[in-house]
Design a protein around this ligand. Structure first.
Ligand code: NAG
Ligand code: NAG
Ligand code: NAG
Ligand code: NAG
Ligand code: NAG
Ligand code: NAG
Ligand code: NAG
Ligand code: ZN
Length: 453
């Protein structure tokens, strides 16, 4: 028994402390397919992605951050921070102090990004290594005066093939080597907005195209000889839910447009009152039962969405599927941005490569947990963040992990064995020490027997 324990431990120690992961720096490619809702995986067919998962790991639900929009969530993945801490609190922002505006078309001022340090910058500053980006929000901005060594200016018209060709070229021939790379694609988000996720026919077509792109990605990595040694994470920023023309919240019915500035509209509106915050709040509060209205200081703590100057004095949060408008008809059949506890807002995560287990399924992690895991893979010291490395240990071959059901099983098992043993011991002791009246009776009967005979 002792020998077995010693053997187990020495095995663990050599397994963890071996130089296999330290001799060459691990390489990591982080891929995002925008708006890939977690349950698309259950409801549609993805032959290429399923092959990728079969030889790797799958996290079925990634709990992302509020508000569940593209820029904020992509920045949380690469910083491990909630939005209030990394400063990209929406796709449209206004800073009252500097009077600067931010939008997804006007995002290049480092001012907006400098509240955090994304992993591609850390990768280049901590070690003599390069980062490369075939797009990802922020990768074409000099954050802390540093862009990835190789990057593309954002343009939706660059094809997936060109993004893939260039990112693999950079991964292959660069000095110092590219150890961290990103690849971003606009689908299935764009079609999710256009058709709505309940349009099975159109979503089937679009998701098949996405799966074919994953097939191309894996094929290209294999042809170039990158597949065996490269770690690849495929994930997304948020999900998508169906909207309806019957679920409109028209602010114009409740309050005069001239009394506030609308910094961001739907499904989470950011409201900057012009004169009297209380008055604006009181009017909005009774506007529609399908919209929660919060003064900044009352925003629920679970959103982690309060402590930043870029969060406006009043925010409006529409219920799932409801759309906030200014006296207009429904703009989109699908949308996201809603409460991050809604499972329709969650993406998934799949990963493949030498650092990941093969054929392992995990139910859930937080999107902020991805950052400490990526730092571990790259051997980087993480900046302070809101993620928990322990949540991702079960995905990694160099970590020891017991997941919760297993742990509960083991504890119950041990308790059962202990209880059984205790009962047995008590019964045995009772048998040995207490003389049993019944056995005496029998003896007496035995004594009587000869008399009868
Ligand atoms: C450690 O690394 C060296 C080369 O850096 C290699 O020759 C050796 O086999 C490695 N040992 C283990 C246990 O991986
Ligand atoms: C991709 O690489 C090719 C060849 O080096 C280059 O001509 C092209 O501009 C690159 N594409 C982008 C979007 O940077
Ligand atoms: C990105 O755009 C800027 C300004 O338009 C230009 O100066 C720069 O060379 C471009 N960078 C790349 C990598 O294409
Ligand atoms: C970084 O790596 C390159 C190429 O591998 C090398 O030429 C350079 O001297 C290295 N710099 C440092 C500071 O180690
Ligand atoms: C909405 O717009 C229409 C014209 O498009 C106008 O007649 C109506 O008064 C507006 N309603 C509100 C509440 O502003
Ligand atoms: C703001 O409006 C509220 C409610 O209408 C009112 O009680 C309060 O006096 C106003 N405050 C200011 C500074 O005008
Ligand atoms: C998130 O992490 C940052 C950086 O460590 C920290 O300042 C902030 O308080 C954390 N937020 C929460 C809710 O713990
Ligand atoms: Zn979107």
């Amino acid at each position: 028994m002792k020998l077995l324990v010693i053997l187990l431990f020495s095995g663990l120690i050599t397994g963890c402390g071996g130089n296999s992961s330290r001799s060459l720096p691990s390489k990591l490619l982080l891929v995002s397919f925008d708006g890939f809702r977690a349950d698309y995986l259950q409801n549609y067919e993805f032959p290429h992605l399923q092959n990728f998962i079969k030889e790797g790991v799958l996290v079925e639900h990634v709990k992302n951050v509020f508000i569940t929009k593209t820029f904020p969530n992509h920045y949380s993945i690469v910083t491990g921070l909630y939005e209030e801490s990394h400063g990209i609190v929406a796709n449209s922002m206004y800073d009252v102090i500097t009077k600067k505006h931010f939008s997804d078309f006007d995002d290049k001022d480092p001012f907006w990004w400098n509240e955090a340090v994304p992993i591609w910058v850390t990768n280049q500053l901590q070690e003599n290594r390069s980062s490369a980006a075939a797009m990802w929000p922020g990768t074409d901005v000099p954050i802390h005066n540093t862009t990835p060594s190789y990057f593309m200016n954002y343009s939706s018209s660059v094809s997936f093939e060109e993004r893939l060709n260039n990112i693999t070229m950079w991964l292959m021939n660069s000095n110092p080597p590219v150890t961290f790379a990103t690849l971003y694609w606009e689908e299935p988000d764009a079609s999710g907005h256009k058709y709505g996720p309940e349009d099975k026919e159109n979503m089937y077509r679009v998701l098949k195209e996405v799966d074919d792109l994953i097939g191309e990605l894996v094929h290209k990595l294999k042809v170039l000889g990158l597949w065996e040694n490269l770690n690849v994470i495929i994930t997304s920023d948020h999900g998508m839910t169906q909207c309806s023309k019957d679920k409109l919240i028209n602010l114009d019915l409740c309050i005069d447009r001239s009394s506030y500035t609308l910094v961001d509209l739907t499904p989470v509106a950011a409201v900057l009152p012009k004169i009297n915050t209380t008055e604006v709040y009181n009017k909005l509060k009774v506007c529609n039962p399908h919209m929660n209205v919060y003064l900044k200081e009352d925003i629920p703590a679970r959103f982690h969405y309060q402590h930043n100057d870029r969060i406006q004095p009043i925010i409006l949060v529409a219920d799932e599927g409801w759309t906030i408008v200014l006296n207009k008809s429904l703009p989109k059949l699908g949308d996201h941005g809603y409460d991050n506890s809604l499972s329709s807002m969650h993406p998934f995560l799949a990963a493949h490569g030498p650092v990941f287990h093969k054929g392992y399924k995990h139910s859930t992690i937080n999107s902020v947990d991805i950052y400490p895991m990526m730092c571990h893979i790259l051997g980087l010291k993480p900046h302070p963040n809101n993620g928990t490395f322990g949540h991702t240990k079960c995905l990694l071959v160099d970590q020891w992990c017991i997941n919760l059901p297993e742990a509960i099983g083991i504890v119950i098992g041990v308790l059962l064995v202990l209880t059984t043993l205790t009962c047995l011991i008590i019964i045995m002791q009772n048998r040995l020490s207490v003389p049993r009246p019944f056995s005496r009776l029998q003896l007496q009967e035995d004594d009587d027997d000869p008399l009868i005979e």
